[in-house]
Each structure stands twice: as C-alpha cells, then as structure tokens.
Design a protein around this ligand. Structure first.
Ligand code: GLU
Length: 275
C-alpha cells in the first residue's frame, strides 16, 4: 500500500503531540520523584517473605511494595541491600531514592529521614530453638544470651525495657539465626514478621519456633529523603492504591501466609498524611 506524504505527516504530528502530552503528564513535580528510567531502591536481601534475594530475583511483601511504588512513579527499580544500620545513611546520601525494608517509623529516625506510611504493623517477638521451653516471653530472659541487629529498634527496645539482658548485636538477622542454631545465643529478637519467615524456612523447620508474645508496635514506613514532601506524597498515594486495590492482601497472603503468619490488629493501616 502506498502511503501519502500527508498521511505520514499527520501521523507524526499526532505522535509528537501524544509524546509531548505523555511527557508533561509523567514528569514534573519532585526532582527526586524518579519519573522514567531506573531508580535505586533499598530493600532487605535476607528476610524470607519480606525482602529476599535469590540468585538475581527478589521476592517478598516489601519487594511487592517497592515495585508497586516504582511503577506508580513511572520508574524501574534497581535494588540495593539496605541492612538495618545503613538505612538512614543510604537515604540521606542519595544512594537510594527510598527504602522498603521492615523499616519502623520512629521519632529518632525522623530526625534524619522522612517516612511515607505506615503500610504494615508488626510487633517485636522472640525466636528460640524448638526444644527450648525455658523462654516463654520477654520476662524469662534473665541469664539468657540474646541476638539482634545493629541499628534496629529491636535491639534498642530490648536494651531499654530489659536492660539486664545479655544482648549481642550483629549486622544481619541471618547471622543471628546461625548463632541461634549453633547454640551460641539462646534467642533472636526482632519483628514477628521476620521471625515467622525464618521459622518457616525449609532448613529451619522443626528446629526453631516463634514464642508468640509481642512486646512492641512496629509501624513500617517507606523511608525517603528528609523533607521531600513531593516524593512522600507520591509514595503515600501509591501505598493507598496498593492497600485499597487488594494488592496488599494478595501480597500478604502470598508471602506471609505460608509461614502461618496472620497480620495483627490495625492491619492494613491507613497511611498518614505527609508533613
Ligand atoms: N522494624 C524494626 C526496625 O526497623 C526491626 C527490623 C529491622 O531491623 O529491619 O528496626
């Protein structure tokens, strides 16, 4: 078929208008909003059910949240490992645009970063060896060796509420799991979500158990550069959409369900307005 010059011109004019409209519709707003192209996003790499790297694939509830936000921003995420103690630094130095990594919203952290959310509510619990009946909750920790992670609220809460307890702080929770299995510590303390994921891992089945007495409220937020209200607002819109569309529940069922984990009271939460 022969295409006339006029048709070609008309088609390219329409295309040009279309592209221009598209461009102005997706860009603008926050300079760090990350519209188009790839953006760096911090997640956990070693927390099954939440943020897990297996070969070159990433899975878990937090990974779903991170991907959903990136899609809403019109960007492709490139994942960077954000261990607990590095999260504020990764954000404030601009090495990542945002962090979705079992990251509790706290006043102390708000001095350094801003948060969108909460998008999930967890609670601190204990993981012990399956054959250990001597630990039934945080009140039976006297004389026990505990493990948690540097820069986590779990370590800070424990020291504050149970100052007499012998706490060792490692860099990652998997190091604590290894120490617990090896017998060099008696319990691992952090969020019940994380602990359920470890207890359900094939290699830990029958060896570890979650005590099931939570002793804190952990509101998970998406960490971002302090004061970037434009980005915070976009992420909050994305979180509301994630929750309201049913994607939140689907992801929770898919990733936390197999570990026998049911979200506690207050879930799904209503994300707060950005200030
Ligand atoms: N949610 C707690 C925190 O933000 C413990 C889990 C973690 O270290 O990621 O510190």
């Amino acid at each position: 078929m022969k295409v006339s010059r006029i048709t070609v011109a008309a088609v390219s004019a329409v295309t040009a208008v279309g592209l221009a409209a598209c461009g102005s519709g997706t860009s603008g707003g926050s300079g760090s909003g990350g519209s188009g192209g790839s953006i760096k996003v911090g997640i956990k790499f070693d927390q099954p059910g939440l943020g897990l790297k297996t070969g070159s694939t990433y899975s878990g509830f937090d990974v779903d949240v991170a991907n959903f936000i990136a899609k809403e921003l019109g960007s492709t995420p490139q994942f960077v490992e954000a261990v607990s103690s590095q999260r504020e630094t990764l954000i404030s130095s601009g090495q990542v645009q945002y962090v979705v990594g079992t990251y509790s919203i706290t006043d102390a952290r708000k001095q350094k970063v801003s948060f969108a959310g909460p998008y999930f509510i967890a609670g601190q619990d204990l993981l012990v060896r399956a054959d250990d009946s001597s630990i039934s909750g945080p009140d039976s920790l006297t004389g026990k060796k505990l493990c948690s992670v540097k820069g986590s609220t779990s370590a800070a809460n424990l020291q504050k509420k149970y100052p007499g307890v012998n706490l060792q702080e490692y860099n990652t929770y998997t190091l604590c799991v290894d120490a617990l299995k090896a017998g060099s510590v008696d319990a691992l303390t952090t969020d019940n979500t994380i602990l359920a994921g470890y207890a359900a891992q094939e290699q830990n089945k029958g060896k570890l158990k979650v005590v099931g007495k939570t002793f804190s409220t952990e509101k998970y937020g998406v960490g971002l550069k302090k004061g970037d209200t434009a980005l915070c607002t976009k992420i909050t819109t994305a979180l509301n959409k994630f929750i309201d569309s049913g994607e939140w529940k689907k992801s929770v069922d898919k990733y936390l369900g197999p570990a026998g984990f049911t979200p506690g009271e207050g879930n799904p939460p209503k994300p707060e307005a950005c200030s």
